[in-house]
Write a protein that binds this ligand. Structure first.
Ligand code: ADP
Length: 482
């Protein structure tokens, strides 16, 4: 704004000065030219003195004409001559410059003196107003008889023009100052309104930082770049707020989940301490329950640790992995956990990918563990591995209780359990699938769940291979076990 104001001031100043100088020159020189022409015409006409009045009227400027003899004596003048006394010899000896004093250099005189015309200008003051005088010496006398040398003098009053130029100066100064004030005020307003959103943004950011209230938003009106910045800022706040809320929920869910088994363990231990006389089978039951809850607690802590590592972005160790070997390993482990379900391995194709064998096994155990947990005894669980153009496609299909359609979109959320009634199922933490998804994502793969309540669930995992030329074994191998 200061820059703009300074530039405007220079433009207004230079513009006003130039327009005043040219305007002044044009008017004062019109008078000079009229005086010069009138004097020249009088000198050229031997009978001029007879019609001095007629001549002055022709110039269109209020003026008067006089004739002096060689001795400087006034010979003739018009009856209405009110101009001050002039000595033509003094004027010729000390000719004056232009009548306009304001920056004459800016608009130098351009009065074109006709050939053969000599003479000098002077500017006089009669105490009332200024007069412009032109003295033209002539060889022949200026009187009616034409005898002897002398001078023709033309005089014009400058009072009217001086007054109008003074008004013009006031007008230019006033308009210039007003224009400057309006321009500076305008630029202040424009700069202010342009920068106000930035100030608001800064203010909001500061307030959010100070209050830690991530639910606040900044105003984003309009369609300009600043509005886009505000909108982006709001989007950023939104994603931070979401992450923050998820984190808060995770911590509160985790504490809640940890408290339940601890309460059960403490309750059972208290019971054993208070009632030493409990029948042995009830004692054994209390101990068994405490042990089961402790086991659940340790699983929960292990899961939480895995997720914390995932959140911290601990990278996987990527090596060449024979997925079929890992699948076989997990399958054998799962068979030991099965409670009356039939476990089948079909198909088992050899696939080698780049990945982390331990994590892939953990993933398979999570899926198999779920299948076992949610499939009643007598049900069937089929684990499969297929080579799909170098990618490893793992499937775990069961004939268990299935997942209600309303719960399906949520099963990957932390601590989510589809049916509250089943949440007391042995060992469910609600952290299995989130960990499974993290492992899959770390391998750049995808995981999908298909489920029909009452009929069964199929989880399909696709882990990308190294690309072309995945190591192929001796064809597809199929194994089944029960
Ligand atoms: P949990 O430890 O409770 O199994 P998960 O994250 O592994 O936690 O699974 C979330 C929920 O998804 C489970 O509580 C269960 O309701 C449902 N679910 C997962 N796998 C199966 C399955 N094979 N059959 C039926 N329900 C399943």
């Amino acid at each position: 704004m200061v820059w703009f104001g300074a530039v405007m001031a220079v433009v207004v100043l230079v513009g006003s000065m130039a327009s005043y100088a040219f305007h002044a020159r044009a008017h004062y020189e019109a008078i000079d030219r009229a005086l010069l022409n009138a004097a020249a015409a009088t000198a050229a006409d031997p009978a001029a003195s007879a019609h001095l009045g007629h001549l002055t009227a022709r110039q269109g400027v209020a003026m008067t004409l006089r004739v002096y003899d060689a001795g400087g004596q006034l010979v003739q003048r018009l009856p209405d001559d009110a101009a001050p006394a002039v000595d033509p010899r003094v004027v010729l000896a000390r000719p004056a410059g232009p009548a306009y004093g304001f920056f004459p250099g800016l608009a130098p005189s351009i009065v074109d003196v006709p050939q053969g015309i000599t003479g000098a200008f002077a500017t006089l003051h009669d105490g009332h107003q200024r007069w412009r005088v032109f003295v033209h010496p002539v060889e022949r006398g200026g009187d009616a008889t034409g005898a002897g040398p002398g001078y023709v003098v033309a005089l014009a009053p400058l009072g009217g023009l001086d007054a109008s130029m003074a008004d013009f100066r006031v007008l230019l100064t006033g308009l210039g100052a007003l224009g400057l004030v309006v321009a500076v005020a305008g630029s202040w307003a424009v700069a202010g309104s342009a920068l106000r959103p930035v100030a608001r943004l800064t203010e909001a950011a500061r307030a959010i930082a100070a209050s830690r209230d991530l639910s606040r938003r900044v105003q984003a009106a309009g369609r300009d770049e600043l509005a886009m910045l505000a909108a982006t800022f709001n989007e950023m706040l939104e994603s931070i707020e979401t992450a923050y809320r998820l984190q808060q929920r995770f911590v509160s869910d985790a504490s809640h989940e940890l408290r339940a088994p601890l309460t059960a363990i403490l309750g059972n231990l208290d019971l054993l301490r208070r009632r030493p006389d409990l029948p042995p089978e009830e004692q054994a039951q209390a101990l068994e329950e405490a042990r089961r809850e402790a086991e659940r607690l340790s699983r929960l802590v292990a899961d939480l640790l895995a997720l914390a590592r995932a959140d911290a972005g601990v990278p996987l160790v990527r090596k060449a992995v024979d997925v079929d070997a890992v699948v076989l390993d997990a399958f054998q482990e799962a068979r030991r956990l099965a409670k009356g379900q039939q476990l089948v391995l079909d198909p088992l194709e050899p696939v080698r990918i780049q990945g982390d064998a331990d994590r892939i096994k953990q993933l398979l155990l999570i899926l198999l563990d779920n299948a076992i947990k949610y499939t009643p005894a007598g049900g069937r669980i089929v684990l499969g591995l297929q080579d799909a153009g170098g990618d490893a496609v793992l499937t775990v299909a069961d004939t268990g209780v299935g997942i209600p359609a309303a719960d399906l979109p949520h099963v990957f959320e932390r601590f989510y359990r589809a049916d509250p009634a089943r949440s007391r199922d042995p060992g469910g933490t609600g952290l299995g699938l989130p960990i499974a998804r993290w492992i899959v994502e770390q391998h750049g793969g995808s995981i999908a769940i298909d489920s029909a309540p009452g009929q069964g669930t199929t989880v399909t995992v696709r882990l990308p291979g190294t690309g072309a030329g995945a190591v192929q074994g001796a064809g597809a191998a199929t194994a089944a076990a029960s």
